[in-house]
Design a protein around this ligand. Structure first.
Ligand SMILES: Nc1ncnc2c1ncn2[C@@H]1O[C@H](COP(=O)(O)OP(=O)(O)OP(=O)(O)O)[C@@H](O)[C@H]1O
Length: 273
């Protein structure tokens, strides 16, 4: 079943009888579950990302954020659960669903021997762009991310931050309506970080939707209007930023959900001077 995928993000659809459908979410995942062998990675994650929102996903290491995002965009098959992008089921109609989303997965595998420009041009052509458009978008994106001086350098020789930026460029290449970005600021220098941040804010201001996972609570607090906290494979709390932090800082709310404290760190005796 679909939920009116042609609907314009952020607006209520009207029907002839005068009533209004609720706006179609940019992303709606329910009951996601996934195990790897004996390890339960995700054990009941729900994500409701309204169209036009800037949505943050936070959680401790190993909580299941990356696995949940992969399932939500149709890159990893869940053991159970559903995921829809603008109402289109990512498993029933993957081509249509994937056309609307740009993804930066964790540990993105890239063709190592291509230059950044060749990679973007090639992916653009695979996405159906004509040669001139693919070349123009490749050049625009390389310039945007400060990679236009990389010349003949193969992606395999890129630094960690450069790989993150070329990954982001690939996510933007097909001008998606939704961006799902797994730790987009990780390993990125401060100037590039500011560019990415400005770009994402502009993307949302223009009607796009963004889901990003991050370990930076301050960044999530500054950028996101909605947040999901994933703990031990489940959505522990989800809502507007204020609903999730409940009068505290996001950091304190997060630590509280984990029952964690950094006040009394037990230093092993052998490490003491
Ligand atoms: N391909 C895989 N094979 C086996 N186990 C996996 C695989 N992918 C993830 N896991 C396990 O699933 C759990 C959740 O991992 P995941 O990467 O989704 O967590 P995360 O919240 O994104 O963590 P981090 O913040 O450290 O990136 C972990 O226990 C991890 O070891």
């Amino acid at each position: 079943m679909t939920e009116d995928p042609g609907h314009v993000p952020g607006t209520a659809s009207s029907r002839p009888g005068g009533g209004a459908f609720p706006p179609v979410p940019a992303l709606h995942a329910t009951g996601l579950r996934r195990s790897f062998g004996g390890t339960v990675a995700v054990d009941g994650v729900d994500l409701l990302v309204p169209a036009g929102s800037f949505f943050g996903v936070v959680g401790p290491n190993g909580a299941g954020k990356s696995t949940s995002l992969l399932m939500a965009v149709g890159l990893l098959r869940p053991d159970a659960g559903t995921a829809r992008i603008f109402g289109v089921d990512v498993w029933a109609d993957p081509v249509r669903a994937k056309r609307m989303v740009g993804v930066l997965p964790d540990g993105l595998a890239l063709p190592e021997r291509l230059t950044g420009r060749e990679l973007l041009h090639y992916l653009g052509r695979l996405d159906g762009l004509d040669g001139a458009s693919a070349a123009r978008r490749a050049d625009d994106l390389l310039r945007l991310f400060g990679l236009d001086g990389t010349g003949r350098t193969a992606v395999g020789e890129y630094s960690t931050g450069m790989r993150k930026k070329i990954g982001l460029a690939t996510a933007l290449l097909n001008a998606p309506r939704l961006l799902v970005l797994d730790e987009p600021f990780e390993a990125v220098d401060p100037v590039s970080g500011a560019v990415i941040r400005g770009l994402l804010e502009r993307f949302v201001a223009d009607g796009g939707s963004v889901v990003l996972s991050s370990h930076s609570m301050s960044l999530v607090e500054e950028l996101c209007d909605r947040v999901a906290v994933i703990v031990a494979g489940r959505t522990a709390r989800e809502g507007t930023l204020d609903e999730v932090r409940r009068g505290e800082s996001l950091h304190d709310a997060f630590a509280g959900l984990l029952g964690a404290s950094t006040a009394n760190v037990e230093m092993p005796a052998w490490l003491r001077r």
